[in-house]
Design a protein around this ligand. Sequence first.
Ligand code: PRX
Length: 687
Amino acid sequence: VPSVSTVDSVLSKACLKRLAIADAGTSQALLKSVEDLDDAHPKQAKGRRAGRSHGDILPVTHTYLQSVAQRQQMFAEYAAKTLTWRKAFSKVDESDLSEGVVSWFKDGRLNASENCIDRHLPTHAHRTALVWETDNPDHAQKITFQQLSDNVNRLANVLKAHGVKRGDRVTIYLPMMPAIVYSMLACARIGAVHSVVFAGFSDTAVRSRIEDAESKVVITADNSIRAGKIIPLKKTLDAAIKDLPQVESVLTFSRVARDVPMQSGRDVFVEDEMAAASPVCNAESMGAEDPLFLLYTSGSTGKPKGLVHTTGGYLTYTAMTLQTVFDIHKYDSDPFGCFADCGWITGHSYVVYGPLTLGVGTLLFESTPTFPTPSRYWDVVHRHEISKFYTSPTALRTLIKAGNKHVHRHKLKRLSILGSVGEPINADAWQWYKDVVGGGKAHIADTWWQTETGGIMIAPRLQTLGKAGAAMHPLPGVVPVLLDAQGAEIQGVDVSGALALKAATPGMARTVFKDHQRYVDTYFRPHKGYYITGDGARRDKDGHIWITGRVDDVINVSGHRLGTAEVENALQTHPAVAEAAVVGFPHAIKGEGIYCFVNLKDTHKSTDAEALQNELRQIVRKEIGGFASPDVIHFALTGLPKTRSGKVMRRILRKIAAGNTEDLGDTSTLSEPQVVGDLIAKRNELL
Ligand code: PRX
């Protein structure tokens, strides 16, 4: 096989087609996409290609089929060239999806914090690494790579002093402040595994994640602040770890200096200890397949899973996709503007690891899109000279609602690439993004991926015009397919099916913490040889991919992923509740809202409805967090629609919640068909 850098000129299209079919069993639609790349909008493609040299990245010089035909070589060359390895790898891809095994660069050794910090110091020590946009827009701060290094090294030494060793899990419960990046990288430095828990999770949710991760050390802040409101984070953590002796140390950063309860012998103000610690801490040499972090995410059943991401493949993939999708180059001077929270995978991959691996400054956004005014994002873009911007459709819809007058076009001239992530972007929001924010010129990248994939999998190519609401093309080396109910690949165009991946990419999660069987059963068991995403998708007549949403009982509320079972379990803890069934329904701002059908025990059927609804909302907030608060609580007084064997027919509930009651499908198996009419009537009263 010729070297990847020369391959472009060597292989003809016909040859590529043969290669792809032989090597990847690639379907008709993939072949179609290469035509698309070659033929699409030559004018724009020319402009973009001419604009920059991509000499330092391979993937964008590849056509898609080349990347698939030579995926292992492509990833290996990128990894070798882009990362700094303590020991070079000789093994590349030892994955076997039919066995649920994903493994890349296994015998290589490296350290993630060294890749994100140390190697940039000789040339870029005084370059901005973190742009911290504080809740108050007047207090923004910049942190250089040198300062990042000092803080990470000191904190790494503090962690060691608190007994943290290689392989130990450290829970991080922090808002968007530099400390969250220091904490992640300090763990990585000493080989500890971080588990960041979004600061919006409740005490109950944090507790179960700390317990599952068996963390002895937790890092938090005294308080957090969002939209001017102070939130007592440490107090929430205290409630979470009450009577939990496994937690030996709580390292507390100061965000909003206020009286905060500190338990002696357990809680310390970490900045004092960092000031006294050495700014030098040798980075551990880690295996490429050693865990870098856990991140808990919701599935359709059971408790959230602690997905395990490893070091070499993950860094390779986040850096490469940032280059491919956002056209970012090593040491680019504009900071990358990803507005996500580090509590979610987007923050891990595109606030922290992707940009910092490339030595590119990164934004830490502490506030909300509308504070103090709905111009906030655009002021940030202007002040920090952001040209590549990444946010969620929910944020866009919120801003659309606030009105175009808040978008200051003159401040947005720099913006060239506008990314969207986390949920389907509706055509209106896409068009607004393109026209009003992007002035008709910016490239819109609707990026599809998941906590499990570690990085972006499907997005429009830079060289092509996007389509409103379509994620479009697999990235280099990504092989998506559509499966039918029997697990057979659906060929051709203008078809829909379950979205699956046919080849392992380096950034994929490797296992579920302490439960490998669950990982295999969830993602690889349903159809042997494929990773099952849980999403449905459509391939249109041009071969472009549109994500149609989850096909399981996971919902996506404002881009936050939730299992409906988690909300049901929370509701069922209330003594009045006999049974509950929760479904998503279309919501103008949040994408999906939370609709709860609740059947009350006979003893509680005459309780005051409003008071009970409030109590139930409170319970969900307490068990999960404020973002999971139900939009609709519907008391189903005559019961829920069930099959004769007693199974709740969620398909019917979804239709009722959405108001799609003209065609409820087959209702012949319902044991008590009359409940459906009652539910429809009540729903129409509620909404
Ligand atoms: O349903 C898909 C939706 O978000 C899910 C993954 O959620 P999470 O693991 O929290 O990661 C979100 C950030 C990567 C997917 O299974 N999703 C994500 N991006 C898109 C999307 N749905 C449609 N279009 C997208 N661009």
